[in-house]
Design a protein around this ligand. Structure first.
Ligand SMILES: Nc1ncnc2c1ncn2[C@@H]1O[C@H](COP(=O)(O)OP(=O)(O)OP(=O)(O)O)[C@@H](O)[C@H]1O
Ligand SMILES: [Mg+2]
Length: 347
C-alpha cells in the first residue's frame, strides 16, 4: 500500500498570511469580520487559534481557502509555497482544497453530504487526490475509518451521515479530510462535540499524523487544555484581530495582553488551589459598531487615552512572542530604555 501521504519525504510548503482582511456584505451593510490578520506556519507546525465566540476564528480559516461565498471579499495575501491563494482563482484553488490543504468544518452536517454514504464520500476524495485503484481505495477507506476510531468500520461503510452519532460524524469528517493526505489541515473545533476520552484519542491521532506525515495544522478551539496538549504556538483573536501570539509555553506562563490574561485566568488549574472561575467583565463588541482605537478598551482596566484613539499594532516583544497592546508596549519601551537591547518589531 502506498504511504498515507504522497508528499512524504518532500519538503513541505510554508504558509505565510499577511494583512488578511475579510469584509462581508450583510442585509445591514458591510462588516469587517477579520482585519489585518498575519500568521505563519512551517511544515508540521501546529498553531492553535483561540478567542471568544464571534472573534473571527472560522472566518479566518475559511478566508484562507476562499470558502466564504460571493458576499465576502478578502484582501492581503495568503502565500502557500510560492502561490498566493487569494489571487489563484477558483479552478486552481480546487486543485489545492482537499488535497494539499484540507478543512474540517465546525458543523459536520453541513460539511458532509447527507445523500452519500460514508464510503462514497471518502472514495470521492481518494479518487480526486490519489491514483489508487478500487481495491486500494476500499482498503484505504477502512484504514482511515479505523484510524479515527469508527468501530466495526467494515459494517458501517454503507451508512449515511445521519446514521452516525454527532461524535462519530465528527470522526467521519476527519477521515474525509485526511483522505487527500493534506500537508496542512485547517481544523475548526473538530473535537468540541466529542467526549473527553474520544477527544484525547483524536488529539493523539493528530499528533501521530504530524509525526508521520509532517502535516501542519491550524486548530481552532475554545479549550485551552487542548491547546496545551497539541499546539506549538497559539494566536489569540479578539474582535477580528490577532491580539497576541507566541509559543504555547510562553503564552501560558506569561500572557501579556490583558484579554489573554483574562482567558488564562478563566481556566481551572489542575491540582491547584480551588478558586472561583473568573470571567472577563463585559461582552465582546458587535462588529457593526466596533469601538474606536483598541477594540478591547471598554473591557480593559489598563486603558488610557491612547487606547481610545489608536489601534495598537501587533509588535514582537521577545522571540516569537507578539502582543497588540499599548499598555504592554509602553512598559516594554520603559524596560528597554533601562537596559537597551533592541527595538520592538512588527510581528
Ligand atoms: N457569512 C456571514 N455573513 C455575515 N456575517 C458573518 C458570516 N460569517 C461570519 N460572520 C460574522 O463574522 C464574525 C466572526 O465570525 P466567526 O464565525 O469567524 O466567529 P468564531 O470566532 O468562529 O466564533 P465561534 O467560536 O462561535 O465559532 C461574527 O460576528 C459573525 O457573525
Ligand atoms: Mg467558529
Amino acid at each position: 500500500m502506498p504511504p498515507l501521504s504522497p508528499a512524504l519525504g518532500t519538503a513541505g510548503k510554508h504558509l505565510d498570511v499577511r494583512g488578511l482582511t475579510t469584509r462581508i456584505r450583510t442585509a445591514r451593510g458591510e462588516i469587517t469580520a477579520i482585519e489585518d490578520v498575519s500568521l505563519t506556519l512551517a511544515p508540521g507546525e501546529i498553531l492553535g487559534l483561540v478567542g471568544e465566540s464571534g472573534s473571527g476564528k472560522s472566518v479566518t480559516l475559511r478566508s484562507l481557502l476562499s470558502l466564504l461565498g460571493p458576499r465576502a471579499r478578502s484582501t492581503g495575501s495568503v502565500n502557500w509555497g510560492d502561490e498566493d491563494l487569494l489571487s489563484l482563482g477558483e479552478k486552481n484553488l480546487r486543485r489545492i482544497r482537499g488535497s494539499e490543504i484540507a478543512m474540517i468544518f465546525q458543523e459536520p452536517m453541513i460539511a458532509l453530504n447527507p445523500v452519500l454514504t460514508v464510503h462514497r464520500q471518502i472514495d470521492e476524495s481518494l479518487c480526486a487526490h490519489t491514483d489508487f485503484n478500487r481495491a486500494q481505495r476500499r482498503q484505504r477507506t477502512l484504514e482511515l475509518l479505523g484510524l479515527v476510531g469508527i468501530p466495526d468500520a467494515q459494517r458501517r461503510l454503507d451508512d449515511y451521515p445521519h446514521q452516525f452519532s454527532g461524535g462519530m460524524r465528527q470522526r467521519v469528517m476527519i477521515a474525509v479530510a485526511l483522505a487527500g493526505a493534506p500537508q496542512l489541515l485547517l481544523a475548526d473545533e473538530p473535537t468540541t462535540a466529542l467526549d473527553v476520552t474520544i477527544q484525547e484519542q483524536i488529539i493523539k491521532l493528530l499528533l501521530r499524523l504530524r509525526e508521520e506525515l509532517h502535516m501542519g495544522m491550524i486548530f481552532v478551539t475554545h479549550d485551552l487544555s487542548v491547546v496545551a496538549q497539541l499546539c506549538d504556538r497559539v494566536a489569540v483573536m479578539y474582535a477580528g484581530r490577532i491580539v497576541e501570539s507566541g509559543p504555547v509555553g510562553e503564552i501560558f506562563r506569561r500572557p501579556r495582553h490583558p484579554y489573554t490574561q483574562g482567558l488564562m485566568a478563566s481556566v481551572p488549574r489542575l491540582g491547584g488551589e480551588r478558586l472561583p472561575l473568573q470571567s472577563i467583565d463585559g461582552t465582546p463588541p458587535s462588529l457593526a459598531a466596533l469601538p474606536g482605537g483598541c477594540s478591547f478598551h471598554p473591557r480593559c482596566s489598563y486603558r488610557s487615552e491612547l487606547c481610545l484613539r489608536e489601534v495598537p499594532p501587533l509588535l514582537t516583544l521577545s522571540e516569537g512572542h507578539a502582543a497588540a497592546c499599548h499598555h504592554v508596549q509602553a512598559s516594554e519601551r520603559l524596560k528597554q530604555a533601562r537596559q537597551p537591547n533592541g527595538d520592538m518589531r512588527h510581528a
